[in-house]
Design a protein around this ligand. Structure first.
Ligand code: CDP
Ligand code: CDP
Length: 209
């Protein structure tokens, strides 16, 4: 649909893409899908069945049975789930299983806002607006650390930084749909921007399109 407003936000862990996506969706009255939750749910499902997130057959089976309506967001955002998500996300067959669901979400009549790693490159290559959100690893780790500590999780800043760096490296180096900015994406570095300033910068980018 030429008139649909599809907005793609990608970027590394805790860059602020989810927060931005939610605010943008609210501003334009569009539905929002946090695609990281899908991979977190697959990783979580494999762990719950006593499996290893590197187990290809188990991960594909969980992905095929994924029920969007049953996702437990609070649990999926826990510190251990990001790592499991990143491991199942490196399995090409898992990405194929989750592709249709994401494309169908993006194809809603008025448009949609999706955030993840490969929205602008693979899921919605024709998105009206693509924003690649970044920030230094230290700032991202500080944000995620505060978020997890605020939820009562026993984590250290060093653990969170190590997790983010390990995940970024794996996500960037995998062969299928690696974390990379689309050639036509607008870069938004939020290192020195709070949420309001980042939101204004994103609205500016969208307005210029
Ligand atoms: O919120 P955060 O950026 O820490 O993670 P997330 O967006 O929930 O994504 C968790 C993991 O899922 C990432 O580290 C990626 O490995 C994977 N992912 C992906 O491969 N493709 C997406 N579109 C979204 C997430
Ligand atoms: O979705 P992603 O993993 O990229 O990041 P997020 O969940 O939107 O943001 C991670 C944490 O950083 C949240 O607690 C946000 O409130 C916070 N944040 C921030 O302090 N400043 C920003 N400019 C963006 C996010």
């Amino acid at each position: 649909r030429p008139d649909a407003l599809v907005i793609a936000l990608d970027g590394p862990a805790a860059s602020g893409k989810g927060t931005l996506a939610k605010k943008i969706a609210g501003q334009f009255g569009l539905p929002h899908l946090d695609t990281g939750l899908l991979y977190r749910a697959v990783g979580c499902g494999v762990l719950d069945h006593g499996g290893d997130p590197g187990n290809v057959a188990a991960a594909i089976e969980v992905a095929a049975k994924l029920d969007l309506a049953a996702l437990d967001e609070a649990r999926l955002r826990g510190a251990t789930m990001g790592e499991a998500a990143s491991r199942v996300a490196a399995i090409p067959e898992v990405r194929v299983v989750l592709l249709d669901l994401q494309r169908r979400f993006a194809a809603q009549p008025g448009g949609a806002v999706l955030d993840g790693r490969d929205i602008g490159t693979v899921i919605c290559p024709d998105a009206k607006v693509k924003i690649f959100v970044t920030a230094t690893p230290e700032v991202r780790a500080e944000r995620r650390f505060k978020e997890l500590a605020g939820r009562g999780e026993a984590v250290t800043f060093e653990d969170v930084l190590a997790d983010i760096e390990r995940r970024d490296a794996r996500d960037s180096s995998r062969t299928t749909a690696p974390l990379v900015a689309a050639a036509d994406a607008h870069l938004l570095d939020t290192t020195t921007l709070d949420i309001d300033a980042a939101f204004r910068a994103a609205l500016d980018i969208i307005g210029r399109r």
